[in-house]
Design a protein around this ligand. Structure first.
Ligand code: FE2
Length: 423
């Protein structure tokens, strides 16, 4: 007898008709030989059962602030940063927490049970750090929240950023961030990468920098980030977020760069919804798509984890924190429409993102945390196509969110109307 049994599930790796048994918050058996029974039993026939969605790049201190104090008229990154600067003096701990709690309810309903959020450390009051540290503790029963100390106005460019970043890490922020392309010069950008990686190495922390979030093909801070990863022995502990300049880089240079990135085990965290809307704003026609080289990095064996980045804030006015929208946009702007490529984009919002966050107990194997999402879809490609109802969201063996199936999709999911892909 088990606490929970999920019957007849489709798994992301293509296995069908699998039973999953749960005890004491952990998966204890997958596909047991004898028929299992549980205190609670969920029939998942025809449905995809996945480990939860993971968002490896978000800004919880800015979320749901859309329109405060005004809208971003140009749609550019730089106006977004300026707008956030106008809002910062008016922030309060209470307001940040209220918006963060509202967002995380959406996250849970969409099956997002782990989030890495950057938190701006360039406000000397560190109100956002204080608020999100409290949020991290308050939402821990439902969501694993990891915080990145993010010097939004530049680690070297902002006079108090270095001291504030140190204070934030001392307060308990988990990861070292940066924004080298926003420093005053390329040399300062490189120097900031070196200084921040050294801090992470000294403190035994992970690194995740906004890196080369620009259309400027000469923005090559990823090169320094890879170099410092190797020099300081940080392999597997460093991520470069955005990397959009790579879209415009010389192909020969990229052919040298990507093997070095694979060798250093640096993760790429593109943010397709934001990259597609913010990049290319200075172009006439043809307009660049902005997304970094997801296909080429995936083929090189580089870990690619996709982030949502923003929901209704100075940089992006849309979103409901659905990681399937993120994967959907990556499929389109990355030309990733092959069967294996679409499956790779589902992994990029699940297991690849769990890997960059170093989440313990993530997955669908015996011994893993019993954290799962049951979707009204047959397989990962169907999930990206339909962005369907999250019928059950399960955390440590307990159902924490339910959504009714969409009746109109029931026929569509019938064998006769759906192409079945061989894995
Ligand atoms: Fe970001």
């Amino acid at each position: 007898m088990f606490d929970l049994v999920i019957k007849n599930a489709n798994l992301p790796d293509g296995r069908h008709g699998i039973d999953i048994a749960v005890n004491d918050g952990r998966i204890v058996e997958v596909d047991p030989t004898s028929p299992p029974f549980g205190d609670e039993t969920i029939d998942a026939t025809g449905c995809l059962v996945s480990p939860p969605f993971v968002d490896p790049h978000f800004h919880m201190d800015a979320t749901l602030s859309l329109g405060l104090p005004r809208l971003n008229e140009s749609g550019t990154l730089l106006e977004g940063i300026a707008l956030w600067g106008e809002l910062k003096p008016h922030l309060t701990v209470e307001a940040i927490k209220q918006r963060a709690h509202a967002l995380t309810k959406w996250s849970i309903a969409k099956g997002v049970l782990a989030i890495r959020s950057h938190v701006d450390v360039c406000d000397d009051r560190l109100l956002a750090v204080e608020a999100l540290l409290e949020i991290r503790q308050e939402i821990a029963p439902w969501i694993d929240l990891q915080l990145v100390a993010f010097p939004q106005d530049g680690y070297l460019r902002s006079p108090t950023a270095a001291a504030n970043l140190k204070r934030a890490l001392d307060m308990g922020v988990d990861v070292v961030g940066g924004i080298p392309h926003f420093e005053r010069t390329m040399a300062d950008g490189a120097a900031s990468v070196t200084a921040l990686c050294e801090i992470a190495a000294r403190r035994g922390l992970l690194v995740d920098m906004h890196c080369d979030e620009t259309d400027d093909s000469m923005s090559r801070h990823i090169e320094t980030l890879i170099y410092e990863t190797q020099r300081l022995g940080l392999q597997g502990r460093v991520a470069g977020s955005h990397l959009t300049s790579m879209h415009s880089m010389d192909n020969y240079y990229v052919s040298k760069l990507l093997p070095l990135m694979a060798e250093a085990d640096v993760t790429a965290i593109p943010n397709p919804l934001i990259n597609a809307t913010i990049q290319g704003r200075h172009d006439t026609y043809p307009k660049r798509r902005g997304l970094t080289r997801v296909k080429e990095m995936t083929e090189q064996g580089i870990n690619v984890a996709l982030g949502h980045d923003c929901v209704m804030d100075p940089w992006y006015s849309l979103g409901s924190h659905d990681m399937l929208e993120v994967a959907h946009m990556a499929v389109h702007t990355g030309h990733m429409t092959g069967v294996g490529q679409m499956q790779a984009m589902f992994k990029a919002v699940t297991e690849n993102s769990a890997k960059v966050m170093h989440l313990d107990g993530y997955g669908l194997e015996p011994g893993c945390n019993a954290d799962m999402v049951i979707l009204q879809a047959r397989d990962p490609i169907d999930a990206i196509r339909l962005k369907p109802a999250r019928l059950f969201v399960i955390r440590r063996g307990k159902v924490i969110s339910r959504t009714a199936p969409v009746a109109a999709l029931l026929d569509l999911n019938d064998e006769h109307h759906t192409v079945t892909f061989q894995n």
